[in-house]
Design a protein around this ligand. Structure first.
Ligand code: PLP
Length: 424
């Protein structure tokens, strides 16, 4: 029996309705932006394997660094013990992260990076007895799949079944074009109640809810407002971090910087799971006490796994060694040109670009929605043409590894254009 058939017998896949799921494609190797299946078919990984891959698949430099680390120490408890890869990575991240952050707390994925941020913010206010305990978030947000992260995320098909078990969050409108004033007013209203502990946001682009984009000016105002009310700002850069939006971190576009930053996806170049929650000194200080109850009681078995930290350090090396920001600039320019090229197409409702992210919202007559049926046409269409995309309903987007060639990108653009012609 093929791996794909055996898979169906024993494996349950994420975000997949298994009842009518096609057999999963068995990938046997990767190289650069390409993946290969067991029959030798080649696919361009246009979504960086769920937005994580930055320098290409099976990168020999990252592999070498992880291997070298494995021969020294593969894992060690991180309470009471430490290791060089974690310390070096913390030092390097603090140097490049925007906004004078002072401490790095490790976990092992994006959802946990968000959980840690929310718990830090809530316990900060508890330790200092400020009485503030409300969380503010955008109504279209996606912050992960654990309960805290779900609570701070949009109430939609992803979270409906758990509605009664999610904690209350003050949702404000996402400041999309035309809704900026409304969003700012809603934020100010909540801040004036003096109960807001933290505001968590995806900077400039809300990924999972459909690559929704908004202006840096309004985010800048929001961060500024929060700081006036001692409301902790949490930038969820799990998706936007590490070059995605054209800068290393999306909050670099703003003058005012967040108090806490969450990182994961691109952190290890997409090679290993790792999460980071970085915070400013004043937050860390609120946990220093002779009263042991003020300790931050949080940690994961695999906190700061040395292999993952080595992969992250190797990925940071590659940003320099491979001139990655030159590549990011070229992708960004090509994206903008292509967006202009198709923006007036009758099947295009809207096309959005920021840096290496390009999203085409397809006009289907129905409203834009994750369950829009057109994705069942789109995914196989692209796969047949050797491209991996995973449309969010009627939104086709690309988030390529930065090593993608101009030729590969142009091919993807051509297939998107052809695809638009095929839609009835
Ligand atoms: C993917 C994502 C998460 C969750 O990360 P996981 O590693 O999938 O748990 C959190 N926030 C944002 C903005 C994301 O895009």
């Amino acid at each position: 029996m093929s791996i794909s058939k055996r898979d169906l017998e024993s494996v349950w896949h994420p975000y997949t309705q298994m009842k009518d799921a096609d057999l999963a494609v068995t990938i046997v190797k990767g190289n650069g932006a390409s993946l290969y299946d067991e029959n030798g078919n080649k696919y361009i990984d246009a979504i960086s394997s769920w937005w994580v891959n930055t320098h290409g698949h099976a990168h020999p430099y990252i592999a070498q660094k992880v291997y070298e680390q494995f021969l020294k120490i593969e894992h060690v408890i991180f309470a009471g013990f430490t290791h060089e890869p974690a310390v070096v990575l913390a030092e390097r991240l603090l140097k490049i992260l925007p906004g004078n952050l002072s401490k790095i707390f490790y976990s092992d994925n994006g959802s946990t990076a968000v959980e840690v941020a929310l718990k830090m913010a809530l316990q900060y206010h508890d330790n200092l007895n400020t009485g503030k305990n409300k969380i503010i978030a955008f109504e279209d947000a996606y912050h992960g799949d654990t309960f805290g992260a779900m609570s701070a995320s949009a109430r939609n098909v992803f979270t409906n079944a758990f509605q009664s078990k999610l904690f209350d969050v003050c949702f404000i409108p996402t400041p999309l074009s035309g809704k900026e004033e409304q969003a700012l007013c809603a934020l100010e209203d909540i801040l004036q109640s003096n109960q807001a502990a933290a505001f968590i946001f995806e900077p400039l682009v809300l990924g999972a809810s459909g690559m929704l984009m908004y202006e840096e000016k309004v985010l800048d105002l929001m961060i500024q407002m929060c700081s006036q009310y001692q409301c902790i700002t949490i930038a969820d850069e799990v998706f936007t971090g590490f070059g995605r939006t054209g800068k290393m971190f999306a909050t670099e576009y703003c003058n005012h910087k967040a108090d806490v930053v969450c990182l994961s996806k691109g952190l290890t170049g997409g090679a290993m799971p790792l999460g980071v929650t970085a915070c400013k000194q004043f937050i860390y200080d609120a946990f220093l006490s002779d009263d042991k109850r003020k300790t931050f009681f949080h940690g994961h078995s695999f906190t700061a796994n040395p292999l993952a930290c080595s992969a992250a350090n190797a990925s940071l090396d590659l940003f320099e060694k491979e001139n990655t920001f030159e590549k990011i600039k070229i992708i960004s320019q090509l994206n903008i040109a292509f967006a202009q090229n198709i923006s007036t197409h009758s099947k295009v409702k809207e096309v959005r670009v920021i840096g290496t992210i390009l999203a085409v919202e397809i006009n289907t007559g129905d409203k834009s929605d994750y369950l829009n049926e057109i994705k069942h046409f789109l995914f196989p269409y692209f796969l047949k043409h050797g491209i991996i995309v995973r449309p969010l309903g009627n939104i086709v987007y690309i988030v390529p590894p930065y090593c993608i060639t101009e030729e590969e990108l142009n091919y993807i653009y051509q297939i998107i254009k052809n695809c638009l012609e095929e839609i009835k």
